[in-house]
Write a protein that binds this ligand. Structure first.
Ligand SMILES: Nc1ncnc2c1ncn2[C@@H]1O[C@H](COP(=O)(O)OP(=O)(O)O)[C@@H](O)[C@H]1O
Ligand SMILES: [Mg+2]
Length: 219
């Protein structure tokens, strides 16, 4: 479903070239749940940005269901993301003028779901993440763990084919971590493909496969 070949990506540091991805080859099948591990600075977030269609590579190829993602222009890439990818980034920003429910409902409102459908879907994911009791609170009063769950709920509410998560349980307590892992497992059982960057061995061990980023490669 996702196939990456000979992917290269570097950043310029002044006049020096910092080669972050040297030769990344990766194949992830539909319905798999995989973990990507590796030291801080090894290029995990850089790789996820490319997989999500948010950043370009310098060379190599990336195909998603036979679509050539790196050949897409900005508008095509935006459409690709909207149709296929739920991206959970580190420190995602919620909209402070909207309550929890409406933050999560936003993608569904854009895609013109009915009020009844929105209520059903949002209520379900609020319950799955044990945040129903703050459903109508302002997002400004949430704890860090609650805010992260709301961001995750917003990313999965449209049931994207692929969920890409960058250290989703990074600084959370174990209970929150377990809720998030359970939600990912449930989505995976429904057929979603899940890619999680994590430092957490327990999270990685619950995946089908673990990739390691090292020296610009991913094995
Ligand atoms: N936008 C950018 N501009 C310049 N350097 C970057 C940029 N994004 C990442 N890097 C560099 O690329 C390397 C890998 O970063 P990153 O992908 O965030 O690693 P990880 O997620 O594994 O911690 C780091 O050396 C980082 O400084
Ligand atoms: Mg990172």
């Amino acid at each position: 479903m996702l196939k990456v070949s000979h992917l290269q990506k570097s950043f310029l540091l002044g006049s020096r070239k910092n080669v972050v991805l040297k030769d990344v080859n990766l194949e992830i099948h539909a319905g798999e749940m995989v973990a990507i591990m590796g030291r801080s600075g090894s290029g995990k977030s850089t790789l996820l940005n490319i997989l999500a269609g948010l950043d370009q590579a310098d060379s190599g190829s990336y195909h998603f269901d036979n679509a050539d993602v790196l050949a897409m222009n900005a508008a095509q890439a935006a459409d690709f993301r909207k149709r296929n990818i739920g991206y959970i980034i580190q420190n995602s920003v919620l909209i402070s003028s909207k309550n929890v429910f409406n933050n999560i409902a936003l993608p569904l409102q854009y895609s013109k779901h009915s009020k009844a459908q929105i209520k059903e879907k949002v209520s379900f994911v609020l319950a799955a993440l044990h945040i129903s009791e703050v459903g109508f609170s302002s997002v400004e009063v949430l704890s860090g763990g609650e805010a992260q769950r709301v961001a995750i709920a917003r990313s999965v509410i449209q049931e994207p084919k692929v969920i890409i998560a960058d250290e989703p349980t990074g600084s959370l307590d174990e209970e929150t971590e377990d809720d998030i892992l359970r939600l990912f497992k449930m989505l995976n059982e429904q057929g979603k493909t899940i890619i999680i960057v994590t430092h957490n061995q327990k999270v990685a061990d619950s995946c089908d496969r673990i990739f390691y980023m090292n020296n610009g490669n991913c094995i």
